[in-house]
Design a protein around this ligand. Structure first.
Ligand SMILES: NC(=O)c1ccc[n+]([C@@H]2O[C@H](COP(=O)([O-])OP(=O)(O)OC[C@H]3O[C@@H](n4cnc5c(N)ncnc54)[C@H](OP(=O)(O)O)[C@@H]3O)[C@@H](O)[C@H]2O)c1
Length: 253
């Protein structure tokens, strides 16, 4: 991946941060975004201290003009784009569907689903110019099976990402742009600790959630990053249109 150009959204924490570190360690030049600058600058410094190159930009993936400006940095700074990992996402609230506020529904769909589309909307023209490319969209196990922890809007958005991914894979296959999704189970990140904290008994919630995975543990962000980076790399050159579970067997049941 030496000197390839990569974009990672939501790269300042969690899974996205692990993807940024792994791509940079393999020699890619990485542009990554999020809304929180302080966290972004920390990751930038972490990459620099290990001899890699990654630049952080503040960008909200649900805002068209911001995404356009961010993605175009790949062309203005480095001359093009080879890989994109569209990872930015939010969980929303854990509430029964009939109690869910419309504003939060809109936000969950806007960031997770519309955000993924907006990123692809601006990434694909750069890859068409390049004559090839690889895109990895981050869905969830809740994009493959229904979620029974009261996050139906999140699950709907993550199912949507898989539809978007498969259709884009077909639409751009002849242009040599591969488009895949990864579907993580429960991963130790801020999003998950937030879910535990919102429970009346966090230790019990962690036990129950761990038990949903046949491998009987939660995953670390680095394990998901390995799958995302593989799907970017030429090692997966004949893989497109898949929704790859990285879920400790959760969706196999
Ligand atoms: N953790 C899990 O168990 C799990 C399981 C399945 C799927 N996933 C998916 O994995 C992805 C990463 O989540 P994570 O677990 O690593 O959680 P996380 O640590 O909370 O990371 C979420 C990332 O998305 C960014 N983000 C959120 N809203 C954004 C927006 N509007 N514009 C730009 N960036 C935004 C956040 O940065 P800012 O807040 O600074 O914007 C942060 O970098 C998400 O798509 C999530 O749905 C996670």
């Amino acid at each position: 991946m030496k000197d390839k150009i990569a974009i990672v959204t939501g790269g300042n924490t969690g899974i996205g941060r692990a993807v940024v570190l792994e791509l940079a360690a393999r020699g890619a030049k990485v542009l990554f975004c999020g809304r929180r600058e302080e966290e972004g600058k920390k990751v930038e410094a972490e990459v620099a201290s290990s001899g890699g190159e990654a630049k952080f930009f503040v960008c909200d993936v649900s805002v068209d003009s911001g995404v356009r400006e961010f993605v175009q940095k790949a062309e203005s700074l480095y001359g093009g784009l080879d890989f994109a990992v569209n990872n930015a996402g939010i969980g929303g609230l854990a509430l029964p569907l009939h109690d869910y506020p419309e504003k939060v529904w809109d936000k969950v769909i806007d960031v997770n689903l519309k955000g993924t589309w907006l990123c692809m909307k601006y990434q694909i023209p750069l890859m068409l110019k390049r004559g090839r490319g690889a895109i990895v969209n981050v869905s969830s196990v809740a994009g493959i099976v229904g979620a029974d922890w009261k996050v139906a809007p999140y699950s709907a958005a993550k199912h949507g990402i898989i539809g978007l991914t498969r259709s884009a894979a077909l639409e751009y296959a002849e242009d040599r742009i591969r488009v895949n999704a990864i579907c993580p189970g429960f991963i130790r990140t801020e999003m998950l600790t937030g879910l535990f904290r919102s429970s009346s008994d966090p230790a019990d919630a962690e036990r129950r959630i761990t038990g949903l995975h046949p491998l009987r543990r939660l995953s670390e962000p680095e394990e998901v990053a390995q799958a995302a980076v593989w799907l970017c790399s030429d090692e997966s050159s004949f893989v497109t249109g898949v929704a790859l579970p990285v879920d400790g067997g959760y969706s196999a049941k």
